[in-house]
Ligand binder design. Structure first.
Ligand code: PEP
Ligand code: MN
Length: 335
């Protein structure tokens, strides 16, 4: 249920309404937008008579929300959310590019890539320390050491870091990580989503599961938000279809489709979506043009020798060229 507040409503009366809702075990989420203020109600709203609320002086209208996601719903929060990633903003017009290798392989490697992607204009550094690999015999990531190396790269370049959490038992290692990634394979690990949402308000980069519908993606965001962390960034990274020519099938229309359903920022991962470095540039440009709030791109110093995802990794030179084209598109369409 959402309650639309009249323009210029008396603050004290809005406060009274908030307390009334709380007394009925409803959690009010106030969103002061540019056009209107709305109170999103989470809890057992069936017990509330909308007519009684509508009769209040400060209330313009009351609407029931049909969708099962509430906090993530744009109806709850009409303005787009801007998420602050240690000073780098994503969403509501702020565009960010996260770049770096699939996995952290050594301190020299991550520092080198961090400097290269920063020089090309990336605003955040990625690198996996805990890797969700399909085979138990593949490189599993450097774990804690990988996070230490990411922190060195952050110190050298000032870039905030993004890395994946697979198991909540490792959360304390993430104290100095700026954005916590929850990967596609864990998108419906509801315990992990609840634990991480309750533990931290750090931005969570939530990747779409490979067979997840948009509603399922939004319900996973809802888990994090309902646990106490409103700072969720959604990421489209391709889904599994009958097509095998590429690693996944990029579902690019989700960017405007999600924009309508949610206020959360939406970014695109052209690397995992395609699996081939030659496709990363055109797909990154297309994702920018369709209005994504950012991109996450795999860049490796030596893709042929990468321990993970080399075929889809751009070299620093390719990445720099892509960044130029992205800037051209942004300038033409959004500035
Ligand atoms: C990754 O970002 O390296 C990764 C494993 O992504 P996804 O969860 O989208 O497969
Ligand atoms: Mn990868």
């Amino acid at each position: 249920m959402i309650i639309v507040i009249k323009q210029g409503a008396d603050e004290a009366q809005v406060e009274n309404l908030k307390r009334l809702l709380q007394s009925k075990n409803i959690e009010p989420h106030i969103s002061k937008g540019s056009l209107q203020t709305v109170i999103g109600c989470v809890g057992d709203v069936a017990q509330i008579d909308p007519g009684l609320i509508e009769a209040l002086d400060v209330v313009e209208s009351v609407q029931r929300i049909q969708e099962p996601y509430k906090a993530a719903n744009r109806k709850f929060h009409p303005d787009s959310s801007m998420i602050d990633c240690s000073g780098v903003k994503i969403g509501a017009g702020a565009f960010a590019v996260i770049a770096g290798p699939c996995s952290v392989e050594s301190e020299e490697q991550i520092v080198f890539v961090a400097k290269a992607v920063k020089a090309a204009g990336a605003t955040l550094l990625r690198g996996g320390a805990f890797k969700p690999r399909t085979s138990p015999y593949s490189f599993q990531g450097l774990g804690k050491t990988g996070i230490d190396y990411l922190l060195s790269a952050k110190k050298e370049t000032g870039l905030p870091i993004v890395t994946e959490l697979m198991d909540f038992k490792d959360i304390e290692l993430f104290n100095d990580v700026d954005v916590i990634q929850i990967g596609a394979r864990n998108m419906q690990n509801f315990n992990l989503l609840k634990e991480v949402g309750a533990y931290t308000k750090k931005p969570i980069l939530l990747k779409r599961g490979m067979s997840a519908t948009l509603q399922e993606l939004l319900m996973s965001a809802e888990y994090v938000m309902a646990s106490g962390n409103p700072n969720v960034i959604l990421c489209e990274r391709g889904i599994r279809t009958f097509e095998t020519a590429m690693r996944n099938t990029l579902d690019l229309a989700v960017v405007p489709a999600l924009r309508r359903l949610t206020h959360l920022p939406v970014i695109v991962d052209p690397s995992h979506a395609t699996g081939y470095s030659y496709l990363v540039d055109p797909v990154a440009v297309a994702a920018t043009a369709i209005g994504a709030d950012g991109l996450i791109i795999e860049v490796h110093n030596d893709p042929q020798r990468a321990k993970c995802d080399g075929a889809q990794s751009q070299t620093p030179e390719m990445f720099a060229a892509t960044m130029q084209r992205i800037a051209t598109v942004r300038k033409a369409l959004f500035k």
